[in-house]
Design a protein around this ligand. Structure first.
Ligand code: AQP
Length: 341
């Protein structure tokens, strides 16, 4: 790629990540990871395992470590190529915590109080409303801004956090000049918010207390089929896609899942199943999900055994991540008036 002065232009940058706060759900896959695969040829991509974000909710240490490595193996099994992308563990690059501190001083309490995720998670974890949960969006802003990311592919639930990240970056730039690239959120048209199978007006979440509510990418295929077959729908017994009708939330969700897994649209899937019963439809959705996950699981089972390979990837990933991030951090420290050694 060259500009008018024949100088090579840098590829646009993408940053994203998932918290290893449990086993990854079909929602994380459809809303985020699946879309990263399509971006890796066109963009300079950095994807992380966001372990620092995970501890805003209590984690069992051994489980967190296990989930972090599983997540890396899953990224690769889903098609993320470590030769093309930087893959690293967030806590391996201390620049995230350092920039987050600076950005905390440019973020207002009122802004953070408006964040839906903070409200939801404080209601869910009323015994542990910690300051990290409150400032989660600031750490997320640091994650993105450190890499001067142009695009951040995320599910719908994270768009509010992208907005606050843009506000913080613009505020900082207005004071100190062009320090940060202002990132755009990148959201898929279909599947940006996969809903709980048991309460379809709620997002599917890996930390849901009811395992029937989510499909884990690690579930046995028979369990996946069972969960889809017992998904909550409605008593209307009509397969129609009505995205604005909460009474139809369960069916809408299954139509969206089927559409993504078969490369169709929810409207088309609804047409394909017109006049059929929910039982037949659910069985077809279960098949589509299982067949979509099957090759990923085969790859995953192979990769997770190779601990040395995974270690090589996250170590070299941390080096590149550190190199990229330290340029931004140094600039920020200089701008705010820290003595640069
Ligand atoms: N249900 C979903 N539908 C579509 N996209 C989703 N994402 C999460 N849930 C859905 C997207 O997955 C990426 C990683 O999310 P995360 O793990 O960092 O945090 P989260 O959004 O809080 O995901 P969970 O599964 O709900 O985790 P817990 O239960 O730990 O809070 C993001 O791009 C997100 O949009």
């Amino acid at each position: 790629m060259e500009n008018q002065n024949n100088a090579p232009e840098r590829k646009k940058r993408v940053f994203s990540g998932v918290q290893p706060s449990g086993t990854i759900t079909l929602g994380n896959y459809i809303g985020a990871i699946k879309n990263w695969v399509a971006l890796q040829d066109q963009y300079d991509c950095t994807f992380a395992m966001m372990d620092m974000h995970s501890i805003t909710v209590r984690q069992t240490p051994a489980e967190l470590r296990k989930h972090t490595l599983e997540l890396l193996a899953l990224y690769i099994a889903c098609g993320i190529d470590p030769e093309k992308c930087t893959l690293f563990i967030q806590s391996h690059n201390s620049a995230h915590a350092e920039l987050a501190w600076v950005l905390n001083c440019f973020t207002y309490m009122g802004e953070l109080q408006r964040m839906t995720q903070f409200k939801d998670k404080s209601a869910k974890h009323a015994d542990n409303i910690n300051a990290g949960l409150f400032t989660y969006p600031v750490l997320m802003a640091a994650d993105i801004l450190l890499y001067q990311a142009d695009c951040v592919p995320v599910g719908k639930d994270q768009m509010q956090h992208i907005e606050i990240c843009r506000d913080i970056a613009q505020r900082f730039n207005a004071i100190y000049g062009n320090v940060f690239t202002i990132p755009e959120g990148l959201m898929v048209k279909s599947g940006a918010k996969i809903m709980s199978l048991q309460e379809p007006t709620k997002k599917m979440s890996k930390s849901d207390a009811n395992p029937k509510a989510f499909i884990s990418m690690m579930d046995d295929f028979s369990v996946i089929a069972k969960k889809i077959k017992s998904a909550v729908t409605d008593s209307e017994a009509v397969i129609e896609y009505r995205p604005d009708d909460d009474a139809k939330a369960g069916v809408n969700n299954l139509l969206s899942i089927m559409a993504v897994m078969t490369g169709s649209t929810p409207e088309q899937v609804a047409k394909d199943f017109e006049g059929q019963g929910y039982g037949t439809f659910k069985a077809a959705v279960a098949d589509a999900v299982v067949e979509g996950i099957r090759p990923i699981r085969a790859e995953y089972d192979r990769i997770i055994k190779d601990k040395a390979y995974l270690q090589d990837i996250y170590r070299s990933g941390a080096e590149s991540a550190h190199r990229m991030a330290s340029r931004t951090l140094k600039k920020v420290y200089k701008k705010v008036g820290f003595v640069i050694d």
